[in-house]
Design a binder for this molecule. Structure first.
Ligand code: AMP
Ligand code: SF4
Length: 469
């Protein structure tokens, strides 16, 4: 697929703090609570008033900060980032926040999401003589800002953002201001909290709970927030589009204890399970969930169907996510290491196995095999989201059409491939019903990877070939 269509995805978490004596340490804790959003790199830039200083590296938050001295990372403001690298972008240079030093100022930048037109903007900049050092979309943005003004301010940020299309939450920091911006459709999550007099900004509200901060409000679509010693100023850099929060935040990405756009993630997953049980009931003895992301949906399924929820699968919590392993072989090995059946619970039983989603089909197939080896007499697979048939252009690494099992096979064929006795997916209306509680807040959700209905730059999608059966 052409890079313009897929882009360098940045499935990430960002965190910022303004006006707290232990800004770097709080950022570390905030990033730690969002480790699930990216395990390939982490970093922070701390602001000591006159100087911005970075500490970052490849790997998990704990690895990156194990040698860090928070006594040395002094300053009352900071921004940080955890990142999930996609193929070809797993380098130190791409670890954020990126720090830009010019004759006039220092500026740090971190983002979560994807600028769809970053490649053409990059080409234009290079033709004009700019030299870019990373493959990060944020370097492109920084160059656009410098073209607008030598100083980072609301005008230069708005000028630059208005040349881009995409889905993003962005944090920027100069020596005197912390900026937070959200894409015009609010596809990615970004919230503001308070910790005493300090302001905090995070991709997920679980980061606020981690540091004892209180949720204040979400950053609005197309809004640019500037936080400095004069307080908080809000401006609009773009006409606010319809809010289209990423539905995969609820299905899989966010932590169950987070509230995304004021809806609790666990509650929405539980409701997805309930809707699924109504739409796709199963003749079975027990319901099991695939840890961790599917437990909430499995509980909902059990509750609505009247079947007992049992712990039929357990997870070795010391193994990383399967998805980030680079090859199919390693991914399969990863699933084997990560999950184990509870034999005594599943042997001789007709099992409903609830998972949150199917992407390539690797996980479901292995789990069905595993449950059958452990003696399950039947395994009925129920997926608490619609089939993922299209890649994501908005920052979530959802692979290409070729790799997406539901883009290439019919429902019946997928059921056979994964070895299930029966297979059911949640419908798109069912998903929407589980997430959207208040139309005035949600307007709608993004379901582009399931429906192909892309809320931004729809014209660029590829035409699907016929499905194999
Ligand atoms: P697969 O084995 O490729 O079908 O992957 C499906 C599993 O990956 C599901 O059980 C989800 O829990 C998880 N998953 C779904 N979306 C993502 C994503 N964007 N990144 C990482 N894991 C994901
Ligand atoms: Fe989320 Fe899918 Fe939309 Fe991407 S395409 S933003 S993963 S709902």
């Amino acid at each position: 697929m052409h890079a313009e269509q897929k882009g360098i995805n940045e499935e990430c978490g960002i965190f910022g703090v303004w006006d707290h004596p232990r800004a770097a340490e709080l950022t570390y804790y905030g990033l730690h609570s969002m480790q699930h959003r990216g395990q390939d790199g982490a970093g922070l830039v701390v602001n000591s008033g006159r100087r911005l200083r970075a500490h970052k590296g490849l790997g998990l938050v704990n690895d990156v900060f194990q040698d860090a001295s928070f006594q040395e990372l002094t300053g009352s403001a900071a921004i940080g980032h955890v990142r999930n690298a996609t193929e070809g972008s797993h380098t130190y240079e791409n670890v954020q926040p990126l720090l830009f030093q010019s004759q006039t100022e220092s500026m740090a930048l971190a983002h979560n999401g994807n600028l769809i037109n970053a490649d053409s903007l990059r080409t234009e900049l290079e033709h004009e003589g700019s030299i870019l050092q990373t493959s990060s979309d944020m370097e492109v943005l920084a160059h656009l800002m410098k073209k607008s003004s030598m100083e980072t301010n609301e005008t230069s940020i708005a000028d630059a953002l208005n040349q881009t299309t995409g889905a993003y939450g962005i944090l920027m920091m100069t020596d005197d201001t912390l900026y937070a911006a959200l894409d015009p459709n609010g596809i990615r999550p970004l919230s503001i909290g308070r910790l005493g007099d300090a302001y905090v900004v995070a991709s997920e509200s679980c980061a606020f709970d981690q540091i004892g901060a209180v949720f204040e409000r979400d950053v609005l679509p197309g809004e640019l927030v500037a936080i400095n010693d004069d307080g908080v100023q809000s401006s609009r850099f773009a006409i606010r589009g319809q809010r289209k929060m990423c539905s995969m935040e609820y299905v899989y990405l966010s932590r169950p204890d987070s509230d995304v756009n004021t809806v609790n993630v666990h509650a929405s997953r539980k409701q997805m399970g309930k809707e699924l049980a109504k739409e796709s009931p199963a003749n079975a003895d027990i319901v099991v969930g695939v840890p961790d992301s599917s437990i909430s949906a499995a509980i909902g399924f059990a509750e609505a169907s009247g079947l007992p929820y049992e712990m039929g699968i357990i997870k070795n919590r010391y193994v990383g996510r399967t998805f980030i392993q680079p090859t199919q072989d390693l991914r399969e090995q990863g699933v084997k290491m990560k999950l184990a059946p509870v034999r005594g619970m599943v042997a001789g039983k007709r099992v409903v196995m609830v998972d949150d989603s199917i992407v390539r089909g690797t996980t479901s197939k292995r789990i069905v095999d595993m449950l059958k080896h452990a003696g399950a007499s039947e395994v009925h697979v129920r997926i608490a989201s619609p089939p993922i048939q299209h890649p994501c252009w908005y920052g979530i690494d959802m692979s290409t059409y070729r790799e997406l099992i539901a883009a290439n096979y019919t429902l019946e064929a997928i059921g056979e491939l994964i070895g299930a006795n029966s297979l059911g997916f949640l419908s798109e209306p069912g998903l929407e019903k589980a997430i959207v509680k208040d139309k005035s807040l949600h307007q709608g959700i993004c379901t582009a990877c399931m429906t192909g209905d892309y809320p931004v730059a729809k014209g660029a999608e590829r035409v699907l070939t016929h499905k194999r059966s």
